[in-house]
Design a protein around this ligand. Sequence first.
Ligand SMILES: [Zn+2]
Length: 171
Amino acid sequence: MVREIVRYPAEVLKRPTQRVDVIDKEIKKLIEDMFDTMYDADGVGLAANQVGVPLSILVLDTSPKEDAPDLKMVLINPEVVESRGKQKCKEGCLSFPGLSVEVERAKEVKVKALNEHGEPLEILLSDFPAVVFQHEFDHLKGITFLDRLKGWRRRLALEKYQKLLKEAQRV
Ligand SMILES: [Zn+2]
């Protein structure tokens, strides 16, 4: 089921999410809905608070469209164990429709989390999947890509977004 995506500046996007203790039916349904919502919006990642649920869950699928979905993953209570290098990438965000900004992030991250069955996993992500993960991981901490910008870059991006919002409301 496709859920509604929460848009900035909603409060739920600005607060850290809570750890998941038990992966019950409700959580499994949430994860399924998160994938439906992400694919429906042509996204490559989604955090639970982007559908209004303040829990530490994110989903990713950075597989090239024509490939089998082997990069599809669910990360519950993710933690970064190690990060290395730097890369800059233009990012979009489903909670900021129409806006894209260049953000600097680690090139490689080693991540510890639980999968949808509650089993612990450790994965190494690099390049684009690492960017997507770090973007979604920030959401879980109540941080958006705007918070990764400083000074005039942040002001400019915010102004541009507010303009986009106004234009969208006029239609
Ligand atoms: Zn986002």
